[in-house]
Design a protein around this ligand. Structure first.
Ligand SMILES: [Zn+2]
Length: 256
């Protein structure tokens, strides 16, 4: 166990925080790619090419500042009831149409996508998977595959797409703060107004009463997040102002 711990401690490049990770990056990327293939097979994708192009354009701008070594891919899934988005390890990004009325604008969607991308580049999925491997004795690294039904739900939950498979595994508070900060940096560098992230989480907070959207079962506490983001906005605004700015405009497509 000591050996595993020594091998397992790595520093996240973006934060410098020591992380416990025993699942190799190559394996995480393979799992991310496989999961994305499955999701594309199972979920209908949006036909409106203008919408697909807009979402892809936002994703590409974020990808460029986040990690050029990822094999980026973007998909827009047609499901108006699913208020959710995700980024799998290796850069496979999915947005559900149900997310669009909440994001409202290209900058709002950039805030969500940049946050999800930050979870991936910060290797939060690998961290969650490593914790599961250690806490559930008997789970072995070699058996981590989507074909193994026993592990499938665990893997998907660790990657942040667990709600659809019946397990919602919220990110830890520390991981959320990291993704909020790095995500805000990404969106500002990509040319989107960081203030849009604050407005987005304010709208999320309003939705958290009643039937909360799927996104909130893995991303709880929208109102404390608003406070945290507000504090960061001034320094991020400086980054945004020196970036090639993108005009904020509505992302509204009745035909999907
Ligand atoms: Zn998050």
């Amino acid at each position: 166990m000591l050996l595993v711990t020594l091998i397992g401690c790595v520093s996240a490049p973006e934060t410098g925080r020591k992380q416990f990770i025993v699942v190799p990056e190559s394996q995480m990327r393979a799992l991310g790619a496989q999961t994305f293939v499955q999701m594309k097979q199972q979920k209908p994708q949006v036909q409106n090419q203008r919408l697909v192009q807009d979402v892809t354009a936002i994703g590409r701008r974020i990808a460029k500042v986040a990690d050029e070594n990822y094999d980026w891919e973007f998909a827009v899934f047609r499901d108006d009831d699913m208020v959710n988005a995700f980024c799998l390890p290796g850069g496979k990004v999915g947005v559900y149409t149900g997310m669009l009325p909440v994001t409202e604008t290209n900058a709002g969607l950039a805030a969500v996508m940049a946050h999800e991308v930050a979870h991936a580049t910060l290797r939060h999925g690998a961290e969650r998977m490593s914790q599961s491997l250690v806490s559930q004795l008997g789970l072995s690294l070699a058996a981590l595959s989507l074909e193994n039904n026993e592990y499938r739900n665990l893997i998907m939950a660790a990657l942040g797409v667990g709600v659809q498979v019946g397990i919602a595994l919220p990110y830890s508070r520390l991981q959320e703060e990291e993704a909020d900060k790095v995500g805000l940096e990404y969106m500002a560098q990509a040319g989107y107004d960081p203030e849009a992230a604050v407005k987005l989480w304010q709208r999320m907070a309003q939705r958290s009463s009643g039937a909360p959207p799927e996104f909130l079962s893995t991303h709880p506490n929208p109102s404390s997040r608003v406070k945290y983001l507000r504090k960061l906005v001034p320094q991020m605004r400086a980054i945004y102002q020196s970036a090639e700015q993108v005009e904020t405009r509505p992302l509204d497509y009745p035909e999907r």
